[in-house]
Ligand binder design. Structure first.
Ligand SMILES: *Cc1c(COP(=O)(O)O)cnc(C)c1O
Length: 439
């Protein structure tokens, strides 16, 4: 019996199956973004009906402790009253103006206050736009064309980045997407945590490298921490070679620490891309950095970049409300404690079950690979047992724990995941591991 049959027999879903059938005839693959397909773990897509705190409910009325959290943005959990109130108030005042508003100035002040490297910031609507635009600035500033990224690093779906791009592409086996023209040949790829490879790229083509773009903590190839000195090493290479260092903190921003990985690791990039958490669940992203670079952006400078809905008032309200909560003393530390307890507990459970696994956490992000480890780059990550992950995922799902449906995604916790939620999750995970091993 195949995994799909096994699962649908257990859950006997109806609304989900109906919706999934309808969606398949209306939308490519039935989804609005490829990661939402649960095909790799043998499940139909998840149809959310509502969320409350750490829990998400599906259209069949089932309840799950949620570790996807909208793929990172929901640092305060689902439908946080402070965020919902702020958005509701903003909505009553108007959904969009296409003009400047006070809220965007306020959110810009919070962001520049939290990230020491960001002197000026521009709001956009998606992380994809943020990184794409940061690269445009880097190319304009240097007059060079090449960009360096890391194997398994995901920076959104702009052409130049759909090369060795981590979870979505890796899981769906689309390392190079058709439809991406020669632009991608301006992209060079190095293994994460390997400064020598970066040095070698610069030795060969340094005079034409505009920027190095990096997720300072990898989150789209599973969670991979930077080794001691790696980020500082990139800083040093870029400074020496006149290239721009771009931190893609779309995922790590306000998750690895208040501010982001650049605060946690004390390394200052030239430009930073943000998204996810800064929008509180609304489509908000941003890029920013040194004033000298950001002043190249129109209308201050000649680099064109624009957006009809950029700085949308509902998004700004959600972001402000969420960051205001996250700034309160102890919130980041509490989330980090939950993520660490989860990672440690999962490691212990795997050991008890006799399953090769390695786990990690940093801030409110955590990860699990079904391999001995250590996992220092995407090559190591790809050694993990994907079939084991699929069985584990389904067994967790059946016990009310929702994990990202890919072995190459980071997990998240929110400020409202309680000790009880974590304990329940670990209990479910222990059983799930036993079941996954028995299969
Ligand atoms: C999610 C993500 C992006 C893309 O953001 P979108 O809002 O989905 O376009 C870019 N970079 C990183 C590191 C991300 O995690």
């Amino acid at each position: 019996m195949g995994p799909v049959t096994a699962v649908s027999a257990t859950v006997g879903s109806t609304a989900t199956e109906d919706l999934s059938l309808r969606a398949n005839s209306l939308m490519p693959g039935g989804v609005s973004s490829p990661v939402r397909s649960f095909a790799k773990v043998g499940l139909p897509p998840f149809y959310a009906s509502r969320g409350e705190g750490p829990r998400i409910f599906d259209r069949d009325g089932r309840s799950f402790i949620d570790y996807i959290l909208s793929w990172g943005p929901l640092a305060l959990g689902h439908a946080h009253p402070g965020v919902v109130d702020a958005v509701t108030k903003a909505a009553r005042e108007g959904l969009s103006f296409g003009t400047c508003t006070e809220r965007e100035v306020d959110l810009a002040a919070v962001i520049t206050g939290a990230l020491p490297s960001v002197e000026l910031v521009r709001f956009v609507s998606s992380g994809t736009e943020a990184v794409m635009s940061a690269v445009r600035v880097a190319r304009a500033a240097t007059g060079r064309d090449l960009i360096v990224k890391f194997d398994g690093g995901y920076h959104g779906h702009a052409d130049a980045f759909l090369v060795s791009a981590g979870s979505g592409a890796a899981t769906l086996a689309l390392p190079d997407s058709p439809g991406v023209p020669a632009a991608a040949t301006l992209t060079r790829v190095a293994p994460f945590n390997d400064l020598e490879s970066v040095e070698a790229l610069f030795a060969r083509e340094g005079d034409n490298i505009a920027c190095v773009v990096v997720e300072p903590v990898m989150g789209n190839a599973g969670l991979i921490r930077p080794l001691e000195g790696f980020l500082a090493g990139l800083r040093d290479i870029c400074t020496r070679r006149g290239a721009v260092l771009v931190f893609d903190e779309v995922m790590t921003g306000f998750r690895v620490a208040w501010g982001g990985a650049q605060v946690a690791f004390s390394v200052r990039p030239d430009l930073t891309a943000l998204g996810k958490v800064i929008g509180g669940g609304m489509p908000v992203a941003a890029y920013g950095g040194r004033a000298e670079l950001m002043e190249l952006v129109a209308p201050a400078g000649p680099v064109y970049q624009a957006g009809t809905l950029s700085g949308n008032p509902l998004g700004m309200a959600a972001g402000l409300a969420q960051l205001t909560e996250l700034a309160k003393p102890g919130v980041q530390e509490e989330m980090a404690g939950s993520a660490a307890r989860l990672a440690d507990g999962l490691a212990g459970a795997a050991q008890s079950a006799g399953v090769a696994a390695c786990t990690a956490s940093i801030g409110s992000m955590w990860g699990l690979f079904f391999t001995e480890g250590p996992v220092r780059n995407f090559g190591d990550a790809k050694r993990s047992q994907t079939e084991m992950f699929a069985r584990f995922h389904r067994a967790c799902f059946a016990r009310g724990v929702l994990l990202a449906p890919s072995p190459f995604e980071a997990g998240f916790v929110s400020s409202v995941h309680t000790d009880t939620d974590i304990a329940e999750t670990l209990e479910a995970a222990s059983e799930a591991l036993e079941e996954a091993c028995a299969a």
